[in-house]
Write a protein that binds this ligand. Structure first.
Ligand SMILES: [Zn+2]
Length: 247
């Protein structure tokens, strides 16, 4: 019999198995993204009955042959507020799915767990417009994964001056001397600063800013198009949002 171990993190996904069991995918600080079976967890009165997507806390697990088994959980936050608004809930599912897409087993995923936690808290507090919050999340996710656009210098010549244009093909800013007409968009100074801020800020303060409508629009357009171009994955939760007319 294997010894149990304690891991900390957030449940990304849950599915029903057999008559009473649950299969959970948990993003953990200690073991990365792991699959955990919770026996009897769908039975009324079971201690793990309420454990599902968004549940954040401590999990005592026992390593099995191909997955872990849940022995005990101590949940510190269920993010129950999110369930009261379908749009919030499905954006929440999207954030879980997007982090799950990048996360791997046996890696330290604390940055992703932090980002998820901060994002869900910001959403619960209605700290930011939903569409902007989504794009801030996506850019921060790309920053954590090292796939963010270069918004700090011209991607062609390295100049830090006259950066007024974003190139989607070039994956970043181009200066006035290097800019081409195709596949580019003009970027205001405030939008450039906002892009830089989101990439470099501590996760805890990534949503702590305010912008005017013009900057918001530019930011949403650039991050949205860039994310679609380079992530190249269709997320199920976004399809649901779209089918519900919420996206
Ligand atoms: Zn240049």
């Amino acid at each position: 019999m294997n010894d149990s171990l304690i891991v900390h993190g957030m449940v990304l996904f849950q599915s029903a198995v057999g008559e009473n069991d649950k299969r959970l995918v948990i993003l953990t600080k200690e073991k990365g993204k792991i699959t955990v079976f919770a026996r009897g967890a769908r039975r009324p009165g079971n201690a793990n009955l309420a454990v599902g997507p968004f549940s954040t806390g401590e999990f005592e697990v026992i390593e099995g042959r191909s997955a872990y088994n849940l022995k005990r959980s101590v949940i510190s936050n269920y993010f129950r507020e999110l369930a009261t608004d379908p749009k919030q809930a499905y954006y929440g599912f999207y954030f879980l799915e997007a982090c799950g897409f990048y996360a791997v087993e046996n890696a330290d995923e604390s940055n992703l767990i932090n980002l998820l936690y901060i994002t869900l808290r910001a959403m619960e507090r209605k700290q930011m417009d939903m569409e902007l919050l989504r794009r801030v999340f996506e850019l921060k996710l790309l920053a954590i994964e090292g796939e963010y656009p270069n918004v700090f210098e011209c991607v062609s010549c390295g100049s830090k001056e006259n950066l007024n244009t974003f190139s989607f093909e070039g994956r970043g800013m181009v200066c006035d001397d290097c800019k081409r007409k195709t596949d580019t968009t003009t970027v205001s100074k405030s939008t450039l600063y906002t892009l830089q801020y989101v990439i470099t800020s501590e996760p805890s303060s990534v949503y702590a800013f305010n912008v005017n409508d013009e900057v918001k629009e530019e930011f949403i357009y650039i991050v949205g198009k860039y994310f679609n171009m380079y992530v190249g994955h269709s997320f199920k939760s976004l399809e649901v949002l779209e089918s519900m007319g919420l996206k």
